[in-house]
Design a protein around this ligand. Structure first.
Ligand code: NAI
Length: 331
C-alpha cells in the first residue's frame, strides 16, 4: 500500500518507516500540509496520513474521494481539523486515540513547574553567571487547588501527578467518569466552582462547539486573582485576546501554552528569521509570566512509536477488514 504523508517532520520518519516496512506500507513524505492547494499530491495513493494542522474541509474531502482515496489516517488524537460531518460515510477516518497520555500530562507539569519556580528565568541568568535570586520567588504546589477540565486519559494522568504533589483537585467533565473522585483529594465540581476556587486551571478536554473559548473574558472574571492557566489541549479552548488582557490586568498570574488558536501557520516551523504578524502571540510571548511551547507535549520517543504503530494498524485494519476500532465515524 502507498500512503501520502502530509506535514512530515524528520522525527516522524524513523518510526513510520519501521512499522510501515513490517506491514508492507510505503509512506511518501510531503513536508507541505494537506489543504485545497496540495490535495492533488495524494493522486495515485491509497490513503493519506495527516496531523493536527492539516486542513481537511469539505473541498479537500471531496477531492480525496474523487482521487479514490479510501482512508484518511490521523496520526493524532484530536480531529477538530476534519469536517467529520461531511467525511462520515464517504471515507474511512481513523485516529490514534491514545498514544501516551503521560507525554502530554508530564509536559503540562513541566510547564507549570518551569513557570511557577521561574526556571526559564533562572536558566538564562545562570548561563550569564548571574546568580542573583531577585524576582525568582515561586510558590509551593502542595496544598494548592488545581481545576482540571476534561477527565479523560490525559486529564486523569495529570490528576494523579497533582495528587502526588499534595494538591487538591477540582475536576469538571461533561461526562464525569467513575473512579476519578478520591475523597477530599479529587472532586467533580461545576465549572463556576472550578473557576472561582482554583489556583491553577488545566485544560484536557477536546475542542468542540461547547468548549470553544471555554476560557474567555467571562470565565477569567470568575477566577481567583493570580490564577495560572495551562493549555496543552487545543488553542481555541482559550480566547487568547482575553488571556492577554487578563495578564496585563494582573488577574492572570501566569499562562503556559503548548497550543495556540492561530498556531497552524506558525507552530512546528522555524520562524526565527521572519517578522511575526500575530500581535497577540508576540505580546503573549513577550510577557515574563507566559511560557509557550509549540505543540510539543506529545513529543516523546514512546509516543512517536505508539503513534506510528497504531496508525499502521489502523490502515491495515481498514484495508483488510474494512473497519477499525479507531474510526472517527462509523459507516
Ligand atoms: P479523552 O477523549 O480521553 O478525554 C477528553 C475528556 O474531555 C473526556 O473525559 C470527555 O468527556 C471530556 N469532554 C468532552 N466534552 C467536554 C466538555 N464540553 N467539557 C468538559 N469536558 C469535556 O482525550 P485525551 O486523550 O485525554 O486528550 C485530551 C485532549 O488533549 C485532546 O482532545 C487533544 O485536543 C489534546 N492533545 C494535545 C496534545 C499535544 O501535543 N498538545 C497531544 C494529544 C492530545
Amino acid at each position: 500500500m502507498k500512503i501520502a504523508f502530509f506535514d512530515a517532520k524528520p522525527y516522524d520518519k524513523a518510526s513510520f518507516d519501521k512499522y510501515g516496512a513490517e506491514k508492507g506500507i510505503k509512506f511518501k513524505y510531503y513536508e507541505t500540509k494537506l489543504n485545497e492547494d496540495t490535495v492533488d499530491l495524494a493522486k495515485g495513493y491509497d490513503g493519506v496520513c495527516v496531523f493536527v494542522n492539516d486542513t481537511v474541509n469539505k473541498t479537500v474531502i471531496d477531492r480525496l474521494i474523487e482521487l479514490d482515496i479510501k482512508i484518511l489516517a490521523l496520526r493524532c488524537a484530536g480531529f477538530n481539523n476534519v469536517d467529520t460531518k461531511h467525511a462520515c460515510g464517504k471515507i474511512h477516518v481513523v485516529r490514534v486515540p491514545a498514544y501516551s497520555p503521560y507525554a502530554v500530562a508530564e509536559h503540562t507539569i513541566a510547564l507549570l513547574l518551569t513557570s511557577i519556580r521561574r526556571i526559564h528565568k533562572a536558566y538564562i541568568r545562570s548561563r550569564d553567571f548571574n546568580f542573583s535570586l531577585s524576582n525568582l520567588t515561586g510558590f509551593d504546589l502542595h496544598g494548592k487547588t488545581v481545576g482540571v477540565i476534561g477527565t479523560g486519559r490525559i486529564g486523569r494522568v495529570f490528576i494523579d501527578i497533582c495528587k502526588g504533589f499534595g494538591m487538591k483537585v477540582l475536576a469538571y467533565d461533561k461526562f464525569p467518569a467513575q473512579g476519578v473522585e478520591d475523597g477530599d483529594k479529587v472532586k467533580y465540581a461545576s465549572l463556576e466552582e472550578l473557576f472561582s476556587e482554583s489556583d491553577i486551571i488545566s485544560l484536557h478536554c477536546p475542542l468542540t462547539e461547547d468548549t470553544y473559548h471555554i476560557i474567555d473574558e467571562n470565565a477569567l472574571e470568575k477566577c481567583k486573582k493570580g490564577v495560572v492557566i495551562l493549555n496543552t489541549s487545543r488553542g481555541a479552548l482559550v480566547d487568547a485576546e482575553a488571556l492577554l488582557a487578563g495578564i496585563k490586568s494582573r488577574k492572570v498570574g501566569a499562562a503556559c501554552l503548548d497550543v495556540y488558536e492561530e498556531e497552524s501557520d506558525l507552530f512546528f516551523e522555524d520562524n526565527s528569521g521572519h517578522i511575526l504578524e500575530d500581535d497577540v502571540l508576540a505580546r503573549l510571548i513577550s510577557m515574563p509570566n507566559v511560557i509557550v511551547t509549540s505543540h510539543q507535549a506529545f513529543l516523546t520517543e514512546e509516543a512517536l512509536e505508539n503513534i506510528a504503530e497504531t496508525t499502521v494498524r489502523n490502515i491495515i485494519d481498514i484495508a483488510e477488514k474494512g473497519e477499525s476500532e479507531n474510526e472517527v465515524c462509523f459507516h
